[in-house]
Design a protein around this ligand. Structure first.
Ligand code: XIL
Length: 375
């Protein structure tokens, strides 16, 4: 049986784009002739003038984080389904959300939210990225307070990875297997999975290696990612990740890519910083990795015209970095409407970080990303 294009591991972008271009051209011909409206959300064809259409023919999938709770909102669903070619659960595939009860419970897992997002993505020909199997956050109380020994914790984590990845095999093409394992100074973050008490893998990056091996065993077709924030530039954290990845590549540890979250403010609007980001991407690319910008948002202190213009400029510049780096295969924002952004809740007084405003009006940043993709 033929695997649908969105379920294939390699070249998730190239196969459909040829096909989509052809169908788009045909439909456009029909539309022009009949004077009917352009193709709408819900079809397999990207609407004219959408981000996903701008990226067609490029090596880039345009993604966003999303939440199933908002799918019932018409503007939310219409924007998500027409503009993006990749979807990632903002929270619903995290450990605490998807595995809220211990394995001794008759019903330890909750796939409801994740399944709803996958169904939405499939009906809008979007690929799905999984986020995240191992993180220091979103660890449920039953894990934190269970008093488990290292071998018991290893069994829990192994079972978790196996169950979740098997459930989404052929539906989720890539997983953030480990998220945010390093401190800013390049040391390992102390977490329940690493050393509190840890899964018993030992010091350094051993537990990450173990998790990647479990993930590969669970779904050999999934692309496996390490994902982190503030590792965009060359600094102590990205050096530590680089060292780990180089070691993994040398020893054949299954790792396909690195995700750069890219939660930034206008302070990132600095030629030296952007150059460092480009250089950093290049050194990771040279290791033979796939790179993705996974959680892009640019928070502001106000929504003045000047701030929105500066934000647009920076969005365009970051998009261009991905366009210019052939190993950069996805550009994903952390949500798309300011109405549902995590920023105001986490950065006091800040917000306005995404491409659409609270009323689903496109902001200058939208046009900047579109232009950088279409150029
Ligand atoms: C955030 C979500 O956006 C919030 O809704 C949630 O309350 C906390 O987590 N890095 C990550 C994401 O990898 O999973 C985080 O998402 C943002 C920072």
């Amino acid at each position: 049986m033929m695997t649908p294009w969105f379920q294939r591991k390699a070249k998730a972008d190239s196969i459909p784009s040829v096909w989509l271009r052809t169908v788009t051209a045909l439909l456009f011909g029909m539309v022009l002739q009949s004077g009917a409206a352009a193709p709408q959300t819900g079809t397999a064809v990207p609407a004219a003038g959408t981000l996903r259409q701008a990226a067609e023919g490029r090596h880039i999938t345009v993604g966003t984080a999303a939440a199933s709770a908002y799918l019932a909102e018409a503007d939310y669903a219409a924007t998500l389904g027409s503009e993006f070619s990749q979807l990632q659960a903002e929270n619903e595939m995290k450990f605490g959300a998807i595995h809220p009860r211990p394995d001794s419970d008759p019903n330890p897992y909750n796939f409801k939210g994740g399944d709803a997002l996958v169904a939405f993505a499939q009906s809008h020909t979007m690929v799905v990225r999984g986020h995240t199997l191992i993180w220091h956050n979103n660890v449920p109380d039953w894990v934190k307070n269970g008093g488990y020994s290292a071998p018991q914790l290893a069994e829990i984590l192994h079972g978790h990875i196996k169950t979740v990845m098997t459930h989404y095999a052929s539906k989720v093409y890539a997983w953030d297997v480990v998220n945010e394992a390093f401190n800013d100074d390049g040391t390992m973050r102390h977490t329940v999975w690493y050393d509190q008490p840890g899964i018993g893998a030992g010091r350094g990056t051993k537990y990450i290696e173990e998790a990647l091996r479990w993930a590969h065993e669970a779904d050999p077709n999934a692309k496996l990612f390490y994902n982190d924030y503030d590792a965009e530039m060359i600094n102590k954290k990205s050096d530590a990740i680089y060292k780990m990845v180089r070691d993994f590549k040398k020893r054949g540890v299954p790792l396909d890519g690195v995700g750069f979250q890219t939660h930034v403010s206008l302070k990132f609007e600095d030629p030296a910083k952007l150059a460092s980001f480009a250089k950093n991407l290049e050194r990771f690319a040279k290791l033979g990795l796939e790179l993705q910008i996974t959680e892009l948002d640019i928070r502001l202190n106000d929504s003045s015209a000047a701030a929105l213009a500066a934000q647009a400029k920076l969005y365009g510049e970051i998009t261009t970095l991905c366009v210019q780096q052939s190993a950069c295969k996805a550009l994903q924002t952390w949500g798309f409407t300011d109405k549902h952004s995590w920023i105001p809740g986490f950065y006091k007084g800040q917000g306005w970080a995404l491409l659409w405003d609270e009323k689903y009006q496109k902001k200058p940043a939208y046009q900047a990303v579109y232009d950088a993709l279409a150029r």
